[in-house]
Design a protein around this ligand. Structure first.
Ligand code: SAM
Ligand code: SF4
Length: 325
């Protein structure tokens, strides 16, 4: 098997695929209030094209695929697709990132889908603040989705929280409690300056400061996650008294590039070697014509372009929903 390895010897075995650019929320750090212009359906990869791509990636040694968006659960038939995909790429780990608002509707399907994990984004447990951050969402939907996922399935759960100074940084204690009650691992994420119209320096909290704001920081010891190659920029901690786990994602301050193992594919089939690289390679024509060799050749071209590192996060008007966060 030819494995995907880049010019710097990094093995690329983790892919993030966006299944839609559409979303039912308008999180202020991700999308403008009026939303973005949706990409027409015929420019989005079909499920069959995504399956073809996943099978090719598996043959190149990719072990884990994360589906993201936009909001994956707004795409019709998505969980059924996951279930059938799992049957065709059996030993690949399939995981999902969702805003959780629609989870409750899909619990039974999810429980038999064979997926290995669900990451739910949840920035606050305060109803009003939730509406301010997401502009249109209802906190109770997300809480209920997480609760049902915890009770009715055995799927591992992570809760991802983008921490913003003066906005939700006072909630770490209650989010830890909520995560514990729902057998979820809380992960606190540094706010990335992707969109200049919303990112403000005074909202940013660096990972070291996030750690200092934990309730009883002295009770958390760092755990060794060197064996977990998918950990990326996450550092994990364990609470010495309760055993609870917690992650802090140093998306901005930690240069994890030296062991980056990931590639991204947008909803339109453009493969990007790095979250911060501008140039991607369009896989769609080759996927659409069923030309396996050409898909492989384009994937390798993208891998060749993977930079050794990015020089700090570029600030700009990039929306995660478009890139596939
Ligand atoms: N809609 C799904 C969700 O919200 O989980 C999946 C897509 S969303 C773009 C993926 C993740 O990107 C979310 O956890 C969101 O919080 C995160 N995100 C978006 N913009 C971000 C930013 N500027 N800094 C850090 N994380 C961001
Ligand atoms: Fe939608 Fe996720 Fe972006 Fe929020 S972060 S607007 S839920 S894609």
């Amino acid at each position: 098997m030819v494995l995907l390895t880049d010019r710097f010897g990094r093995r690329l075995n983790y892919i993030r695929i966006s299944v839609t650019d559409r979303c039912n929320l308008r999180c202020l750090y991700c999308m403008p209030a009026e939303g973005i212009e949706w990409i027409p359906h015929d420019r989005i990869l079909s499920y069959e094209e995504i399956r073809f791509l996943a099978e090719i990636l598996k043959s190149l040694g990719v072990e884990k695929v994360r589906f993201t968006g936009g909001e994956p659960l707004v795409r019709k038939g998505f969980i059924k697709f996951l279930e059938s995909l799992k049957k065709s790429v059996q030993d690949m780990r399939i995981v999902l990132t969702t805003n959780g608002t629609l989870l409750a509707h899909f619990i039974d399907e999810l429980s038999v889908s064979g997926i290995s994990g669900v990451n739910v984004s949840l920035d606050t447990l305060d109803e009003n603040l939730f509406r301010t951050i997401t502009r249109v969402g209802e906190l109770k939907d997300v809480k209920e989705g997480i609760r049902l996922l915890a009770q009715r399935t055995e799927i591992p759960i992570k809760i991802n929280t983008v921490l913003m100074k003066g906005v939700n940084d006072g909630e770490i204690g209650s989010l830890l409690e909520f995560a514990q009650e729902n057998r979820a691992v809380l992960r606190l994420i540094e706010f990335m300056p992707l969109d200049d119209s919303v990112w403000k320096e005074d909202l940013f909290i660096a990972a070291s400061e996030i750690f200092e704001r934990l309730p009883e920081p002295e009770m958390w010891e760092q755990t060794d996650n060197s064996a977990d190659h998918s950990a990326g920029p996450a550092r994990y901690y364990r609470n010495l008294s309760t055993g609870q786990r917690l992650g802090i994602i140093e998306a901005v301050t930690h240069h994890f590039c030296s062991n980056c193992n990931r590639l991204r594919v947008s909803a339109t089939g453009v493969i990007r070697p790095c979250l911060f690289s501008e140039g991607g390679i369009d896989l769609k024509p080759a996927l659409r014509s069923g030309d396996r060799e050409e898909v492989v050749s384009r994937i390798f071209k993208a891998v060749e372009r993977k930079p050794e590192s990015y020089r700090g996060v570029q600030r700009g008007a990039t929306h995660m929903s478009r890139i596939g966060g």
